[in-house]
Design a protein around this ligand. Structure first.
Ligand code: ZN
Length: 472
């Protein structure tokens, strides 16, 4: 039977990119199927002021018209706008994996608290020229958003309105991270990768290989770069032994979700091998402590090695080796304690958190080792130190940088372009359209060039707010 053209047009889907287009934050991808609207990820814009300003713009469609939100993983640039959207009237389901739900419960209320604190601080120090600041959302707004979360297991199909369905596939990026594979009523599908992780990494499963999708939306954070091939475990061992010999303090600014747990895993492996000197390791971050517990409990994400360890009664997060600091006084007393020891504390880019207190006390000591665990964005204190600043201002005080500065860049949670191509080569046929998002412009261009030259696929780099038709 011939279907009239008018109906075909009506049935066609569209995708609009309302974030992470030409930048790495604010992932918000809106899929419309005629009558229905689905939002994949609901992320916060972070970084430069002009990018963050987008968080205050009204959402391009009425939040009440969105039928469902599908979250790929719990990084703030993928979930941090959710309480704002709920505050503006969104009341539908918010789908997420078990790990993502757990991490949302930890980080969204914390994000709301932080917004309230910042607004209070601004209003206390404002001059008459400044307007009164208000938080983007409050802790109470975050708790309202959490009520809408619905847990979905990997590989289970979930019905969406209008005979559309979706399922989650493991993405290997952080705990709970998933690609969302959405099947339209027409039978065509779109794979929204979220952030893609790496192969042969500890704790969580590798990215799941896909055979095909008519449409693909892929990230490109490292679209033009390759990771340092060095072995993280060897480097950690060398630093631990040196600190032990010299009685040094190792200060580790770390991201609470993912990086901290990976670092603990490597320390655990070194201990199992008898290659870890006997010195205390402190995790001085309430959020990292809560996330670590969740990493241990969420078994559906665990890879083979992690399962074996737990089955044999060993834990990479064993408190016998690691001490979790809960209380602020204990954190302060660590400032006075003699080395050797390691303290892992947030934030990962030294833009806040307890690591600032540790650095204020010990950055001027040449025996201190400052160990970065990941990318340091422009404008952060971490970046200034990495770039070789002689002195930095921490908590209102100028501190000379005398510590030895080291970095574990190889601990990145994002696939580089060669790992991305490995994943893409799992496809048996080319998608009709591949959209490249979540990258700085040169990274997205790099990824496009690699895909075009190695695979010959049609790639598009959407700009902010651009809409594409699917299903023609
Ligand atoms: Zn991420």
């Amino acid at each position: 039977m011939r279907i009239p053209w008018v109906i075909l047009t009506f049935m066609a889907q569209t995708i609009s990119f309302w974030g992470a287009a030409g930048t790495v934050t604010g992932s918000r991808h809106l899929i419309e199927t005629g009558k229905h609207k689905f939002l994949v990820d609901c992320g916060l814009f972070q970084g430069p002021r002009e990018i963050r300003a987008r968080n205050w713009e009204s959402f391009p469609v009425d939040p009440q018209e969105i039928d469902a939100i599908i979250l790929t993983h719990a990084h703030t640039d993928h979930i941090g706008y959710l309480p704002r959207l709920v505050k503006q009237g969104y009341r539908g389901p918010v789908y997420a994996t078990q790990g993502t739900v757990g991490l949302c419960k930890i980080s969204l209320p914390d994000g709301g608290r932080l917004q309230e604190e910042e607004a209070r601080y601004h209003n206390k120090h404002k001059t008459s020229r400044h307007e009164l600041a208000e938080p983007l959302y409050t802790e109470a707004d975050a708790y309202e958003a959490l009520k809408l979360l619905k847990t979905v297991r990997y590989f289970d199909f979930v019905d969406l309105p209008g005979k559309n369905v979706f399922r989650y596939l493991p993405a290997g990026h952080i705990l709970g991270s998933a690609m969302a594979e959405i099947y339209f009523e027409s039978g065509e599908r779109i794979n929204m990768t979220g952030d893609i992780g790496r192969y042969d990494r500890p704790i969580i499963k590798d990215p799941y290989h896909c055979d095909f999708a008519e449409y693909l939306v892929i990230e490109s954070t490292y679209g033009n770069r390759l990771h340092d091939p060095g072995d993280a475990k060897d480097k950690i061992a060398e630093i631990m032994h040196q600190a032990y010999r010299d009685g040094s303090r190792i200060l580790v600014p770390s991201f609470a979700i993912g990086r901290t747990q990976e670092l603990l895993w490597y320390l655990h492996c070194l201990r199992e091998e008898g290659n870890l000197p006997n010195m205390p390791i402190y995790v001085d971050s309430p959020m990292a402590n809560a996330a670590t517990l969740l990493y241990q409990q969420t078994t559906e994400d665990h890879d083979h090695d992690m399962k074996m360890d737990l089955a044999e009664g060993r834990s990479p997060f064993d408190p016998g080796m690691v001490r979790f600091v809960r209380d602020r006084n204990m954190s302060k007393s660590l400032n006075m304690a003699p080395g050797p020891f390691m303290v892992i504390a947030g934030s990962g880019m030294v833009s806040g958190g307890r690591i600032q207190h540790h650095l204020k006390a010990h950055l001027s000591d040449p025996s201190t080792i400052l160990l970065f665990t990941g990318f340091q964005a422009q404008g952060t204190l971490g970046r200034m130190i990495m770039d070789g600043a002689n002195e930095v201002k921490i908590l209102g005080e100028i501190i000379p940088v005398e510590a030895r500065v080291e970095s574990l860049q190889m601990l990145s949670a994002h696939a580089d372009y060669s790992e991305m191509l490995r994943w893409l080569k799992g496809f048996k046929f080319a998608p009709k359209k591949t959209f490249i998002v979540h990258g700085e412009p040169e990274a997205s261009e790099g990824m496009k060039a690699h895909i075009e030259s190695e695979l010959g696929w049609d790639c598009f780099i959407p700009s902010h707010g651009q809409t594409f038709k699917l299903g023609e």
